[in-house]
Design a protein around this ligand. Structure first.
Ligand SMILES: [Zn+2]
Length: 467
């Protein structure tokens, strides 16, 4: 049985959860994005960020959760250097359901993963380790992140394999990006803990893994470790373990603390907050189209193949580009350019940001392919150049000489040349009509892929027949 706790930063918010410091702490010099509230100076009081509640509630609704009438905040007490107040303000369901959402579900393949609870809480600061060995280790603290808004999503232990875990995380990450609440590609924006237990054993928690790939590996390792202990009749103890990503193993960190060790109590500086039905209605009406309905629309309206629609709809960057660029007529062509060529060209966050491609470029490129101005083959080179330079398509076509050879007389001359050079192949076509494709290939070679293949085939047949 595997359960997950996923921490997701609400990276699209302006300010921290309880003060007006910036939520985007990544832009600052160390310890520059702080104020008396987020570093817990005596006498400072939290002021709750309304937008954070809205975003967290939107996530809850998208994960099919119920939302309570009133939400409450609690203090989770513990000492850690990155937690200057010595408590974290978080949510818990001690007095009924008072966290932003609960009792939801996400479908992964044909399985339903239940969502226990969604809670809004503050992120602690960051510890930075310096020094080469444990003896010389220096630990520095950067409080820029302290107090930034975090949503914790807790699942029931419904996963049975590491692959299910990874599929779920991919779906969740796409969903959060589509809701415009978080950018999961930012370092540290999504972290997860996993609880793993095998039949008859105690629950082991693996803490704070930043990459989905590593989480899948850690879960896999943990199952194997526990099964091995079990087969040798060694008891599995309840504990917290860390993932050592260099050695690719989990290592014991501490015996697992119980919830009551945290001495939770109501945060007295923040009142209970009533969630108006008017706000819920507003959030519902503003909710972007879901990935699933987007996919269905692409298939039914534009006849885009399901697999292509799946890839396109699940990535917000590409689906936004598609939405802006497409027309009724070129939708399929644009989907094709994005999924077969563009995705390979801008496959990292840095490359996406550096790309000069606009939706207008994409529309013109698709239209030019459809009107026969440029071949599909040459369009790949044009796309590469657009991404790099951002020049107009017409300029690129003339600079790189990518325009189609659509002038029939020019093409006939090339075809006649091929016919004279390939007498054997001509004979072949009389026995096997498929052999003509070899000759089309030769024409393509001579025109550097710029001949229109349909026109070429047509002219070739006529020329062979009359020769
Ligand atoms: Zn602050």
């Amino acid at each position: 049985m595997i359960g997950l706790e996923i921490h997701c930063q609400l990276t699209n918010l302006q300010s921290k959860l309880f003060c007006s410091c910036k939520a985007n702490y990544r832009e600052f010099e160390i310890n520059e994005n702080i104020c008396p509230i987020c570093i817990g100076l005596p006498g400072s009081l939290p002021r709750l960020n309304k937008e954070a509640i809205k975003k967290a509630t939107t996530i809850a609704m998208a994960l099919n959760c119920t939302t309570p009438e009133k939400i409450a905040f609690f203090r989770k007490n513990y000492f850690y250097p990155d937690l200057p107040k010595n408590f974290q303000i978080t949510q818990l369901n001690i007095y009924g359901d008072t966290s932003v959402g609960g009792h939801g579900s996400v479908t992964v393949g044909n399985k339903k993963i239940r969502i226990t609870r969604i809670q809004l809480e503050e992120d602690p600061g960051r510890l930075v380790y310096e020094g080469s060995s444990s003896k010389n280790m220096i630990t520095l603290v950067d409080y820029n992140r302290a107090g930034t808004p975090l949503v914790e999503i807790v699942t029931e232990p419904d996963f049975e394999t590491p692959k299910e875990v990874r599929d779920f995380l991919n779906i969740l990450s796409d969903l959060l990006e589509n809701l415009e609440v978080s950018d999961p590609s930012l370092e540290g924006a999504m972290r997860a803990d996993a609880n793993v237990s095998i039949k008859g054993g105690k629950k082991v928690e693996i803490k704070n893994i930043g990459s989905f790939h590593d989480l899948e590996k850690a879960v896999h390792f943990e199952i194997t470790r526990q099964e091995s202990l079990n087969s040798r009749d060694i008891p599995i103890i309840q504990e917290t373990r860390h993932w050592d990503d260099k050695r690719k193993i989990t290592v014991s960190a501490r015996s697992k603390e119980e919830e009551h060790d945290y001495r939770y109590f109501l945060e007295g500086d923040i009142p209970w907050i009533k969630i108006d039905t008017a706000i819920l209605e507003e959030l519902k009406s503003e909710m972007p189209e879901s990935i699933i309905s987007k996919k269905e629309r692409y298939v039914s309206k534009y006849n885009i193949p399901a697999q292509v629609a799946d890839v396109l709809s699940s990535d917000k960057f590409y689906s936004d580009l598609f939405e802006k660029a497409h027309t009724e007529k070129n939708a399929k062509e644009i989907a094709n350019i994005i999924t077969t060529d563009l995705m390979g060209l801008v496959d990292t966050r840095e490359k996406r940001e550096a790309s000069k491609l606009t939706s207008t470029h994409l529309r013109e490129l698709a239209d030019s392919i459809q009107s026969g101005k440029i071949s599909r083959n040459s369009s790949k080179n044009a796309l590469q150049e657009i991404v790099k330079s951002g020049k107009d398509l017409s300029v690129i076509i003339s600079e790189l000489d990518l325009g189609n050879v659509s002038d029939a007389s020019e093409l006939i001359a090339i075809i006649q040349q091929v016919i004279s050079e390939e007498p054997q192949a001509i004979e072949q076509t009389k026995i096997n009509p498929q052999a003509i494709n070899f000759l089309v290939g030769k024409v393509m070679q001579k025109t550097k892929g710029k001949a229109d293949p349909i026109l070429t085939l047509d002219l070739l047949k006529k020329q062979i027949d009359s020769s």
